[in-house]
Design a binder for this molecule. Structure first.
Ligand code: ADP
Length: 455
């Protein structure tokens, strides 16, 4: 096992990784920007080093600064968390070249799955169902038009390098296609420095269902069931749960097998996520793979009883998986609510500020992963996620009630958050019935916010 791990991240995920390391007796080195000197991850790590100014490009996204610290402090491995450098294959390679273990897949595997259109082709070649669409990337709007005519509108133009819903455009009519294609290309170039586009049929009102997989160096690949992440706003997830009410045992089995097949096709190693959309008839289609730990990993930890970061460390150290597929038991129901420093009534505008009072919920089946403490000032430079409240209960309805109770107990003063909005979603009849898809928030956001006013 490793002696000393550098955490190339900040916020709640850096804290989460430090916790796993401490339990394994591994020392940690935190890196931080000058805006983060008061951060929890800086205080919790064995050692911490400032790597630059607040701007992420000059600190958390600066591989050289981070790797210099890793070498100087005698680290033997680097955990990238999510976001920042976690999906940068060049960073993974640089780590390896310096003799540091990158806790994640190899740079080559990342490249293979990171280009979404190439990943799509790999899935087709390996018999994993994908959304009907283009064979590989599209050079021109005319080529996109031909594919769209064949599969039928509406279609979704997507960026091969895409992420966070950027470079993505819905097109309902042929006359809009050229303009949207150019718009998507410009956005993809601006966001990712890569304008490559492809096209998929738009699945109407799908569910977003993703499977957590674990793969070790010895060829063992298992899945840990699904997460339903259909409660999204502008492609950003807000509430996640496991298991999904929309999956029968048979569909879970089929999708789990497809996820394992996808990971094997990629030659994947470490923890990863295979994302699917599921249509109203229960057909499922691969959309992309995330080659890192995800924000919503705790719901899987709650239903499996596993520590996924610990598994990541074990895998990266060359150890075999600590369990087989037969050993995986999914117990009860887990829900996660993302608490963002945003104002829902101002269209979820980020509202960072100073935490003037803080009390986290507790009691049976409640977990909070957060970067907050009393008096902590949320930085405007980074993501607005400040806490994740996760609950576990024997059944879905009990989990819903537990989450409502947990959010009622939580006291967070100083800035608006998404906590009350999540609480409202947990009272919506369609959410309670489990009858929701990725269009739920767009359809109900205004109604929910008006409920709040009526209270
Ligand atoms: P990104 O990497 O930018 O997050 P994804 O490919 O993961 O993009 O898609 C983001 C979200 O967009 C999905 O969670 C899903 O809600 C929706 N989506 C993606 N592809 C399709 C599709 N073909 N049809 C309908 N919805 C889709």
């Amino acid at each position: 096992m490793f002696q000393r791990v550098l955490i190339a991240n900040r916020g709640e995920i850096a804290v989460r990784i430090i916790r796993a390391c401490r339990e394994l007796g591994i020392d940690t080195v935190a890196v931080y920007s000058s805006a983060d000197s008061d951060s929890l991850h800086v205080q919790f790590a064995t050692e911490s080093v400032c790597i630059g100014p607040a701007k992420a490009a000059d600190s958390y996204l600066n591989p050289n600064a981070i790797l210099t610290v890793a070498k100087q402090t005698g680290c033997d491995a680097v955990h990238p968390g999510y976001g920042f450098l976690s999906e940068r294959s060049d960073f993974a390679r640089q780590c390896t070249e310096l003799g540091l273990t990158f806790i994640g897949p190899s740079g080559d595997v990342m490249d293979k799955m990171g280009n979404k259109s190439a990943a799509r082709e790999l899935m087709i070649a390996n018999g994993v169902p994908v959304v009907p669409g283009s064979d590989g990337a599209l050079e021109t709007a005319e080529a996109a038009m031909t594919v769209a005519e064949k599969i039928g509108y509406p279609v979704l133009i997507k960026a091969s390098a895409g992420g966070g819903g950027r470079g993505m455009r819905r097109v309902d009519r042929p006359e809009d296609l050229t303009a949207k294609f150019e718009e998507a290309r410009a956005e993809a170039v601006a966001c990712f420095g890569n304008g490559e586009l492809y096209l998929e049929k738009l699945i109407l009102n799908p569910k977003h269902i993703e499977f957590q997989i674990l793969a070790d160096r010895h060829g063992n690949v298992i899945h840990l069931g699904e997460r339903d992440c259909s409660i999204q706003r502008k492609n950003q997830k807000l509430i996640e749960e496991s298991p999904s009410k929309a999956l029968s045992a048979q569909l879970r089995e089929e999708m789990g097998q497809a996820a394992v097949k996808a990971a094997k096709a990629a030659g994947y190693e470490n923890a990863g996520t295979i994302e699917f959309v599921v249509d109203q008839e229960g057909h499922f289609y691969f959309i992309e793979m995330n080659t890192r730990i995800q924000v919503e990993h705790p719901v899987t930890e709650m239903v499996t009883g596993l520590d996924l970061v610990r598994e990541q460390l074990r895998i990266a150290a060359g150890l075999p998986l600590s369990l087989t597929q037969e050993d995986v038991q999914l117990r009860g129901h887990a829900i996660e609510c993302r608490i963002n420093a945003e104002n829902p009534s101002e269209n979820f505008r980020p509202c960072p500020g100073t935490t003037t009072f803080l009390h986290f919920p507790g009691g049976p089946g409640v977990r909070v992963d957060s970067l907050l403490y009393n008096g902590y000032t949320v930085s405007p430079f980074y993501d607005s996620l400040v806490a994740k409240v996760i609950v576990h209960a024997p059944s879905r309805l009990e989990a819903i009630r537990r989450m409502r109770r947990a959010l009622e107990e939580m006291l967070l003063e100083g800035y608006p958050t998404t906590a009350d909005f999540c609480h409202l979603v947990l009272h919506h009849p369609d959410f309670i019935k489990g009858q929701y898809d990725t269009g739920f928030l767009a359809a109900h956001q205004d109604t929910l916010l008006n409920w709040e006013k009526e209270d």
